[in-house]
Ligand binder design. Structure first.
Ligand SMILES: [Zn+2]
Ligand SMILES: [Zn+2]
Length: 321
């Protein structure tokens, strides 16, 4: 199972602004002076040695993650602005010839999770079939509404792909490649759902737009069994602990609580995502380091911690994808 992150920003797209770009340039050049960089052949090694917040941009696109299927085409989680670039790359394969079959899961339909759909090119290609899965029964109406002519020049009904909507009930779904998918409700304004993917003994869970608190840690062994023993958990960690106190009930989790949950749930790898749009890359890197310190204070080996950034990929198991 190959999991690929296409959009990691929470709430609204947040491109790098000029001021932050200049700060990054300053940082890089200071390091170059320190390293006495003079030979162009050393540039790649120099870049590899930079701190993470100078080496990368974490990314401004909103939520979109793909999960490889055994048969090549991906499952897609959410249609944030990150789905635009995913759609462009899918156009190089069967989706570009009108032979694509795509499955999209919706955690919920807040804007940051659906606004990329009108820019997803495979939607417009006749012959492609797009399957929409969600526990929300009225997803079709919600997606149609965001593309009414007051809001977008093309309506969903007039796009040329075939669209099939599949409301999910409590029974796990087994797809033709053997992937089993089920879901779990999350605390979030208007509701949201976590999805769990199981294939060849590996477990991947996607749980964003969720507010976990200390109470949830107490209820382990009951309703949170769903989250136990994941090989990879990508989880809402929008806020620092301080910010989470002033945003109680906003439907998101602090990165320290995300770590607490993952430790309690015996998760192997935890990816912190849905980054607060006002946080710069240096602030996100600081949060990430604090999350690592927090885990180290707990004196546990697992989980391995990652901070989500666009383009990041995780391979679970050795199967070909
Ligand atoms: Zn969101
Ligand atoms: Zn939301």
């Amino acid at each position: 199972m190959l999991i690929h992150l296409h959009g990691v920003r929470g709430s609204i797209a947040a491109p790098v602004r000029n001021e932050e770009y200049r700060q990054k340039l300053h940082g890089v050049l200071r390091h170059a002076i320190g390293a006495k960089l003079s030979d162009p052949a050393d540039i790649d090694d120099f870049i590899r040695a930079l701190p993470m917040d100078l080496r990368y941009v974490f990314g401004g696109d909103t939520t979109c993650v793909s999960v490889s299927r055994g048969d090549g085409l991906p499952f897609i989680l959410d249609c944030g602005t990150g789905i635009r670039s995913l759609g462009d790359s899918l156009m190089n394969g069967p989706c570009g010839q009108g032979q694509g079959e795509i499955v999209i899961f919706h955690t919920h339909t807040h804007w940051d999770h659906i606004v990329g759909l009108p820019f997803f090119k495979p939607l417009y290609i006749p012959g492609n079939t797009i399957h929409f899965y969600s526990p929300f029964e009225d997803v079709e109406t919600r997606l149609m509404r965001q593309m009414l002519d007051q809001f977008f020049p093309v309506t969903l009904e007039s796009t040329l792909s075939k669209k099939e909507f599949h409301p999910m009930d409590n029974k796990p779904i087994t797809f033709s490649d053997g992937t089993i998918v089920d879901f779990h409700p999350l605390r979030h304004p208007g509701g949201s759902f976590a999805f769990r993917f199981r294939r060849n003994g590996k477990i991947f869970i996607f749980a964003t737009d969720a507010e976990f608190t200390g109470e949830d840690l107490e209820s382990v062994g009951s309703r949170h069994d769903f989250f136990h023993n994941a090989d990879l958990l990508i989880m809402d960690a929008q806020y620092s602990l301080d910010d989470s106190f002033s945003k109680f009930d906003w439907g998101h989790t602090s990165f320290t609580m995300a770590v607490n949950c993952a430790v309690r749930w015996n998760v192997k790898n935890l990816v912190l995502t849905h980054h607060e749009p006002s946080y710069s890359d240096s602030r996100l890197y600081e949060n990430y380091q604090q999350a690592i310190e927090h885990k180290n204070l707990m004196k546990v080996q697992k989980p391995r911690l990652f901070i989500a950034r666009e383009g990041m990929q995780f391979q679970l198991g050795s199967e070909k994808t």
